[in-house]
Design a protein around this ligand. Structure first.
Ligand code: AHM
Ligand code: MG
Length: 297
């Protein structure tokens, strides 16, 4: 089986990018370990007598330390922090957008969560998603997997007992499957969103929604369909964030032949106005997203 390094060596990635991708992927192990030691929330001691902090904060601190020490990351924007972090000593020009632990409310019930990463190679984080150089996510489920694109297809690797990632799926293409998901309360949906969901149900689409965006999208990549977190009453821009959630996964899905839309246009062409920029999300199979955009006109 092809290891992550062997795969990276077969691509057009420069050495520093390969090193950075490997370094980030490796952090799945310490993050997974912290699931046990940091299970409860702030100001508590765990069974080993260590002081615990919320796992999403722990993952963020850990990853920022790794980025700083790597000397490869110039800037990072994290869902856990209000400002862009700069690493002035960096010798490379990579800029990272990261959701250290997406779906963190599910950690305490042992459902799949993940780390979502977008990688730019021109030192800036505030730019359109279509400029990403690479995107990746680690999913902590029964297996730890890494889904990766360096603009040469989308591939999935699984972490084995020796801490090595092995390729388990090559060149994923999203089929036109019949799954759907929608966030927000039904009573708060816009009329056009409600009408679209009604259409999907009449067409035989089955509901799949876990509360972890990265885990849900991972499922839609395999089976196809449409995941949404729409605009809803009092939240014209929905809940999910452009930089940390929409762009990296939208880029990934697009590389696999799917699409991401805000209901009207491609999300990857939106210029972020602030770090916390939110956006209504429709992501999944190309055909059904085109149908949705047509219905929304
Ligand atoms: P988080 O990054 O704080 O975990 O929030 C994002 C999560 C997504 O993973 C998920 O799709 C959504 O929020 C679930 O929201 P809700 O609880 O409103 O269904
Ligand atoms: Mg998140």
């Amino acid at each position: 089986m092809t290891t992550l390094r062997e795969y990276l060596d077969s691509t057009r990635c420069e050495e520093t990018l390969k090193d950075l991708i490997e370094l980030i992927a490796k952090q799945a192990e310490p993050i997974r370990k912290a699931f046990i030691t940091n299970q409860e929330y702030i100001d508590a001691k765990n069974i080993y007598g260590e002081t615990q902090i919320a796992l999403d904060k722990w993952s963020d601190d850990h990853l920022m330390k790794v980025f700083k020490e790597s000397g490869l990351v110039k800037k990072a924007a994290s869902e856990e922090q209000p400002d862009v972090i700069e690493f002035p000593d960096a010798k490379a020009d990579y800029a990272i957008t990261i959701d250290p632990l997406d779906g963190s409310s599910l950690v305490q019930v042992n459902l799949a969560v993940g780390t979502i990463v977008g990688l730019f190679d021109n030192g800036e984080v505030m730019q359109e998603g279509k400029n990403l150089r690479a995107a990746m996510y680690m999913l902590y489920g029964p297996m730890t997997t890494l889904t990766l694109t360096v603009k040469e297809g989308v591939h999935i690797f699984a972490l084995n007992e020796d801490g090595e990632y092995l390729m388990i799926k090559k060149d994923i293409r999203i089929p036109e499957g019949k799954l759907y998901a929608s966030g927000a309360l039904k009573k708060d949906w816009t009329p056009r969103h409600a009408e679209f969901i009604n259409y999907l149900e009449n067409e035989g689409y089955k509901l799949r929604y876990s509360g972890s965006f990265v885990a849900d999208v991972h499922q839609f990549i395999k089976y196809g369909g449409i995941f949404s977190y729409p605009a809803f009453k009092g939240h014209e821009n929905g809940k999910l964030r452009l930089l940390f959630e929409a762009n990296p996964l939208g880029f990934m899905v697009t590389q696999a032949g799917g699409r991401i839309s805000d209901g009207e246009k491609d999300i990857l062409s939106i210029m972020p106005e602030k770090i916390d920029h939110r956006v209504p999300i429709y992501i999944g199979s190309k055909g059904i997203i085109e149908k949705m955009e047509e219905m929304f006109k």
